[in-house]
Design a protein around this ligand. Structure first.
Ligand code: HAM
Length: 425
């Protein structure tokens, strides 16, 4: 179509496409997304997590402080017209911590916040991996107890369950790896942990050899195989964090949260300090990680007091890929079909249906009654037919397009009939 084309530099016209790694969402898909988002919002609200919103772009430094090398490399960075270096947010935790320091540091703790927003990472696109993607996340700011750790994990479980996705939850703790890596400097630790997180055995072996620490290889790989706290301490020796981890896992067991202990989780972001967890969709392939989070400290890097926090983000788009095209319950739709003489009354009838909260569509194409019914039947389950007679008597001829039944009713009765009919397939 002409309006979809613009002139390129040679004066030729081409169809503009969406940027690589982004998606357009048509109404059916948006309705599916909104339905899942709503269920998640309801769960977060019931746990006392209130929504916050931060800017889509921030000063670059906010994300370079402690985001981790891979995310830094994937950032959309630009210089604004004032010469400031900016970045589109690759994640939201750092922004929420900045906002906490700017706006809410005096607020009584804990703060329970949630968000649903888009993030931008210049990744190689594939199914489930996009350059613009949405996260549903929570941050619990100012609590440092095992029950706080357990709360965010229980909330993660409830949110994922509300979406309908089938998943497995893995829980680890950075203290496990750090106990084995205590003899090497923190920067080096992060490099080794990244190999462990990516399960890149060859890379790990090579790196340890180059840095002269091949002695660590066997204990690190033994750690990855541990599936209980006792097995872990068998490899690491006594851990200062043991009692806290045991208490958190004990609470999760009592609350019947299904998880497996996974000492191999290191997370791709560098701000985590304690418990870490990830969830994986059972029916996805390569991009199956649908949630990641843990306990972290960031505020002190942005000029604030050190505030213990924890949280996680759900990869909303991956949840939607996992759920597939399963239809949400169909919305009731009413088509208002009318003759020219009935037009004004038809618009009043439409208003009455809308006031009752029903999706109501009227003809705006000047079609005849038959064509209007045919068109309405593509999406509507009911049509309200308005002609001269209905206009004069203040009634509506309501046709149920599924059963074929048709009755003339007064307007309030017609509205009630549709409202009480329940969603239709
Ligand atoms: P993250 O693991 O980098 O953590 O991202 C969270 C989730 O976002 C991932 O588990 C994944 O499902 C989804 N995700 C990441 N990259 C993409 C992509 N390119 N396309 C589609 N989905 C993607 C964080 O961002 C932390 N801020 C989470 C957190 C909150 N930690 C503490 N609080």
């Amino acid at each position: 179509m002409e309006e979809n084309r613009i002139a390129d530099w040679n004066g030729e016209r081409r169809m503009i496409q969406k940027p690589r790694g982004t998606r357009d969402f048509l109404p059916d898909e948006m309705e599916r997304r909104r339905a899942v988002e709503k269920r998640m919002r309801d769960v977060a609200r019931c746990w006392g997590y209130r929504e916050v919103c931060t800017p889509a772009f921030e000063e670059l430094e906010l994300f370079t402080a402690r985001s981790g090398q891979s995310i830094i490399e994937e950032m959309y960075v630009f210089e604004d017209k004032g010469g400031r270096m900016m970045a589109l947010r690759p994640e939201i935790t750092a922004a929420v911590q900045r906002m906490y320091l700017n706006e809410a540091r005096g607020t009584p703790k804990p703060l329970r916040w949630c968000y649903f927003a888009d993030c931008f990472r210049y990744e190689r696109p594939q199914k489930g991996r996009y350059r613009q993607f949405w996260q549903f996340g929570v941050e619990l700011i100012g609590a440092d107890t095992s029950v706080a750790d357990a709360e965010v994990i229980m909330l993660a479980r409830d949110l994922l369950e509300s979406s309908g996705v089938s998943f497995t939850l893995h829980i680890g703790h950075l203290g496990f790896m750090k106990a084995l890596l205590s003899g090497i400097d923190p920067k080096e630790q992060r490099i080794v942990m990244r190999y462990l997180d990516k399960k890149d055995d060859a890379g790990l072996k090579g790196h340890l050899a180059v840095t002269g620490r091949s002695d660590l290889y066997s204990s690190l790989t033994a750690l990855l195989k541990c599936r209980s706290l006792d097995e872990v301490t068998g490899v690491t020796g006594e851990l200062p964090e043991y009692a806290r981890i045991e208490e958190t896992l004990g609470l999760l067991d009592e609350m019947e949260v299904a998880y497996s202990l996974d000492p191999g989780i290191a997370r791709g972001l560098d701000y985590y300090t304690g418990i870490v967890f990830e969830a994986f969709a059972d029916n996805l392939g390569a991009e199956n990680q649908i949630l990641g989070g843990g306990a972290y400290r960031l505020a002190h890097l942005f000029g604030g007091d050190d505030v213990p926090s924890s949280g996680f983000a759900i990869g909303f788009d991956r949840v939607m890929v996992s759920l597939g095209d399963a239809a949400e319950e169909a919305e009731r739709v009413v088509g208002i079909v009318y003759t020219q003489e009935g037009r004004t009354y038809a618009l009043q009838v439409a208003r009455a249906f809308r006031e009752a909260g029903l999706r109501t569509e009227t003809d705006i194409m000047g079609r005849n009654i038959g064509a209007q019914i045919t068109h309405a039947s593509k999406s509507a389950q009911f049509v309200a037919i308005i002609g001269k007679r209905e206009q004069e008597s203040g009634t509506v001829t309501l046709k149920d397009l599924i059963s074929g039944e048709q009755r003339e009713l007064d307007l309030p009765s017609a509205v009630r009939e549709v409202v009480t009919s329940g969603p239709r397939g």
